[in-house]
Design a protein around this ligand. Structure first.
Ligand SMILES: Cc1ncc(C[n+]2csc(CCOP(=O)(O)OP(=O)(O)O)c2C)c(N)n1
Ligand SMILES: [Mg+2]
Length: 269
């Protein structure tokens, strides 16, 4: 399964780097598998085609997840993953469109990616270009007011070529999202902002795929899919860890992570 390959590759890449954003990279694995495995038409060959689909990873700290996916899809050599976040790398911890083939938008400053994504969707409409824009935003990231300005804009302009995925993993970098800032229910909220909104199990490739197909059939408004996920998804040891946002594993932690990686490897063979 593509999701297992992505998850294994993330674990390998971060092990090599010695530290990184495990939690938020792992919670979007199933989504990345659906987008790059089943839905979007972006390939290394059609990067210059304006009619292609765009993906904006607004929660840019999950770059290792995107890199694993792009490498597996042949956008750049798998070897590059060993250079994650090292001096001179093409894979900085947060995506940079000028450095990494397949990265559509430079992100990392939270909140901004949603604005850029709606701008691309609006631009596509203006020049009658085909293709859709898929944006991935974090639940903590939605504390940023700028994201809501973009959401209102998408609704006003009826951007039905825009799909927003909210990675509702309930945590941000320094605690539970609801304890940092009360967001309310994303599903109700996005509905009230004029989006066609669905909520799915974010660990289910089937549910994400079917919701995405449904969203693509909506032709009068933008769509939102709230992904009910777990931070550190798919690696029990990490799911159970309180602070799993950015980890620099000590020796005993590394042992656990290596064990989890080997278990994933068995699923690939
Ligand atoms: C504008 C801005 N403020 C603060 C940060 C630091 N920061 C990095 S990740 C993060 C938490 C993000 O939480 P969430 O969006 O829920 O991401 P996930 O749980 O998916 O990792 C913060 C505050 C940032 N990158 N950009
Ligand atoms: Mg979160």
């Amino acid at each position: 399964m593509f999701s297992n390959q992505i998850r294994y590759t993330i674990m390998d890449e971060l092990e090599c780097a010695g530290f990184g954003h495990y939690g938020g990279s792992l919670s979007i694995v199933e989504l990345l598998a659906v987008l790059y495995g089943e839905v979007i038409d972006a390939t290394p060959e059609n990067v210059n085609n304006i009619d292609r689909d765009y993906v904006v990873l607004s929660k840019g700290h999950s770059g290792p997840g995107l890199y694993a996916t792009l490498a597996l899809k042949g956008f750049f050599p798998m070897d590059w993953l060993k250079t994650l976040n090292k001096n001179g790398t093409n894979l900085p911890s947060h995506p940079d469109k000028n450095l990494t083939p397949g990265v559509d938008v430079t992100t990392g400053s939270l909140g901004q990616g949603v604005s850029v994504a709606t701008g691309i969707a609006y631009g596509k409409k203006a020049i009658h270009s085909k293709g859709n824009v898929f944006a991935i935003v974090g639940d903590g990231e939605l504390n940023e007011g700028q994201a809501w300005e973009a959401i209102q804009f998408a609704s006003a302009k009826k951007l039905d070529n825009f799909i927003l995925y909210i990675d509702w993993n309930k945590k941000q970098n320094d605690g539970w999202s609801d304890e940092v800032s009360k967001s309310g229910t994303f599903e109700e909220k996005l509905n009230s902002f004029g989006f066609f909104t669905q909520m799915v199990d974010g660990a289910s490739v089937e549910e994400i795929l079917s919701a995405t197909h449904k969203a693509l059939r909506v032709h009068d408004r933008p769509a939102c899919i709230v992904l009910n996920t777990t931070k550190g998804q798919g690696i029990k040891f990490l799911e159970n860890m309180e602070n799993n946002h950015h980890i620099r594993p000590d020796e005993s932690m590394m042992k656990e992570l290596k064990k989890a990686k080997e278990e994933l490897k068995a699923l690939l063979d």
